[in-house]
Design a binder for this molecule. Structure first.
Ligand code: O7M
Length: 211
């Protein structure tokens, strides 16, 4: 749906299963996020296939974290395969992020959702927000598991830069709370693709977001 704020994290290995889940859930999604499990299991061609099957934007969540040249070599092929957005780490520095941004729409990580994110990433989140404000990527990744951090990041981030938040459902985050804190998009994986009825699960989360 054009007004959806929901992104499916399609972290399965198998091509057929991925396409089936994508078809069943597409009506309720803004975009589909493809991560290493699906690319390793099904090949990069899955990006093109998902776009053809659903007509939705595809986000390639590669969390690129390399020198500019290597980031460029990887991002070039992935954008060519049809990815609409690529996710890159920003702690590697602005030149590495810029190398991806020069090739297409980019989303950068400023904080992560797992407990370990407190060890090394959270202490530098302020600097990563500064980098985002300077480079103006399409969006940033912030933790749905910590709505207060989403609110903080929103308060520091320039308007216009989107906030995408993983960690709803399986990791404990609540969709409604994160939206209230200022998230633009919610990323959900296991609560949808590992459920008995992915279409029903995605519909329920979609309706929760509409309230
Ligand atoms: O809903 P889940 O927990 O099954 O899946 C969450 C997805 O979001 C999964 O693809 C993770 O790799 C991703 N993710 C996080 O869970 N936490 C983060 O901090 C960042 C991401 C992510 O998408 O980074 C871009």
């Amino acid at each position: 749906m054009g007004d959806s704020r929901l992104i499916l994290a399609l972290d399965v290995y198998e091509r057929e299963r991925a396409l089936q889940i994508a078809r069943e859930t597409a009506d309720y999604l803004w975009a589909i996020k493809v991560n290493w499990p699906l690319i390793i299991g099904s090949g990069l061609g899955i990006v093109t296939e998902l776009k053809e099957e659903t007509g939705l934007p595809v986000i390639a969540d590669l969390k690129l974290a390399d020198i500019p040249n290597t980031n460029r070599l990887i991002a070039g092929r992935v954008f060519e395969a049809g990815a609409d957005y690529i996710i890159a780490h920003s702690f590697v520095g602005s030149d590495s992020v810029r190398a991806v941004m020069e090739l297409g729409k980019t989303i950068i990580v400023v904080e992560m959702s797992h407990p370990g994110a407190r060890e090394f990433i959270q202490p530098v989140t302020d600097k990563l927000i500064e980098l985002a404000n300077h480079l103006k990527p399409f969006g940033v990744i912030a933790p749905a598991t910590r709505p207060e951090r989403v609110a903080y990041i929103r308060s520091k981030l320039k308007p216009g830069i989107k906030i995408l938040t993983p960690g709803v459902g399986a990791q404990g985050g609540k969709a409604g709370e994160v939206l209230k804190a200022g998230a633009d998009y919610i990323i959900v994986g296991r609560s949808i693709y590992a459920s008995e009825n992915p279409r029903e699960s995605v519909r329920r989360i979609y309706e929760e977001l509409e309230v």
